[in-house]
Write a protein that binds this ligand. Structure first.
Ligand code: NAP
Ligand code: ZN
Length: 362
């Protein structure tokens, strides 16, 4: 038995915002734009959106204070600043951080009595402002997922999932990703890779998610090295935007698994970018699946050869100072994460601790 649900309408092209400006008309008269501090001004996305809204006489307010790995507190601050306005819809533009924040803010502005914590109890809300997602990185796939990942008040990342926060429309323009640095290209590309591989091996994988996962892996194998070598290679950038979107559709069906949950504390406590932090653990997930789904592990090997070497060739090596206390706290956290139910293989406390110890520098 399997099912498929991914309700986001996707538009994919160069100049996608200008070419599809009619899309915005159906959403109403007052838009909230949610974005980060600088990059959307540099890559042209914010200017494109604001010009199109002006040309359609749609009013807008631009909230540009979203930071990497958005926290509960930052979402509370945003809602406080925005709650006196009456918005018809929300446009998230930027990397996964602004997109995920836009989703949380869209629910909270529609349901004024909810707190950020309430977002995690899906029985507490049945409506959201509609969301348009415009990614400027090629990694998270958040433009086509029902997830928003926020950092809670204790510093741990926690995702909430609700069908209401699938964006109504995703407008994907690979041109916006051309301004990504080598390191951002690597971390976002590796994030997409982790989504495709973890989703492919997830116990929730379906025939459709597998099709998307294999194509996404194939595209990443061919195009991530190209995009890293020449940041002006538009074809490679466009292929990575497509691969990331496909991988997002994969995790919308399968969720992510162990590599993601292992990587979360590296981002929030050690400042390692999400994709790098996750990819550092990807080979663990692949090895653990060997006995249960050998044909899938063979497929990954057929595409990448040794996936660890592919990741290392992107210049990823993480060594960290970690206290014993951190090691214990992170290990306990991983063991209780819901991602574990969908991860193949068996992992107990000592295995998880050993995995973290592998990257310990002290
Ligand atoms: P990000 O955290 O959104 O942004 C990282 C940095 O990249 C920021 O400094 C940002 O600048 C900059 N940036 C964005 N687009 C750029 C461009 N085109 N050129 C140059 N710089 C650019 O990065 P991300 O990797 O896309 O997102 C990671 C977040 O997504 C994490 O919080 C992760 O947990 C979450 N995530 C969510 C899902 C999901 O399904 N919802 C899946 C995976 C990951 P500004 O500060 O100016 O914006
Ligand atoms: Zn991810």
């Amino acid at each position: 038995m399997w099912q498929y649900f991914m309700p986001t309408k996707i538009f994919f092209s160069q100049k996608v915002v200008e070419k599809n400006k009619e899309v915005f008309k159906n959403f109403g008269k007052m838009a909230l734009i949610v974005t980060g501090r600088t990059s959307s001004r540099i890559n042209g996305s914010l200017n494109d959106i604001e010009s199109v809204l002006r040309s359609l006489s749609i009013e807008f307010y631009t909230y540009d204070k979203i930071e990497e790995n958005p926290t509960f507190e930052q979402i509370r601050q945003a809602v406080k600043e925005l709650e006196s306005y009456s918005f018809d819809f929300v446009i998230g533009v930027g990397g996964g951080s602004p997109l995920d924040s836009a989703k949380a803010i869209a629910v909270l502005l529609k349901n004024r009595s909810l707190s950020v914590e309430d977002l995690y109890d899906v029985s507490k809300y049945t409506s959201s402002l509609p969301i348009i997602a415009i990614p400027t990185t090629s990694g998270t796939g958040s433009e086509v997922t029902q997830y928003s990942v926020l950092t809670d008040d204790t510093g741990f990342k926690r995702g909430f999932a609700h069908d209401l926060i699938f964006p109504t429309v995703a407008l994907i323009d690979p041109l916006y990703t051309m301004s990504m640095s080598v390191s951002l290209t690597r971390s976002t590309g590796l994030d997409a890779l982790c989504h495709a591989v973890e989703g492919f091996l997830s116990k929730r994988a379906t025939p459709i998610s597998d099709l998307y996962a294999v194509e996404s892996m194939r595209l990443i194998k061919q195009n991530l090295p190209r995009a890293l070598e020449d940041q002006k290679d538009f074809e490679a950038r466009a292929a990575m935007s497509f691969a990331s979107c496909l991988a997002g559709m994969v995790i919308s069906q399968t969720s992510t698994t162990l590599a993601h949950v292992l990587g979360y504390p590296l981002s929030t406590f050690k400042g390692i970018r999400h994709g790098d932090a996750t990819a550092a653990f990807l080979d663990v997930v692949v090895q653990a699946a060997q006995d249960e789904v050998p044909h899938k592990v063979d497929k990954i090997r057929e595409i990448f050869g040794d996936i660890r070497k592919f990741i290392e060739a992107a210049d990823l090596e993480i060594k960290l100072q970690m206290s014993d206390e951190e090691l214990e706290k992170w290990t306990r956290r991983v063991l209780t994460a819901k991602h574990m139910q969908w991860t193949r293989g068996t992992f107990d406390e000592s295995t998880i601790r050993r995995i973290y110890e592998r990257m310990r520098a002290n």
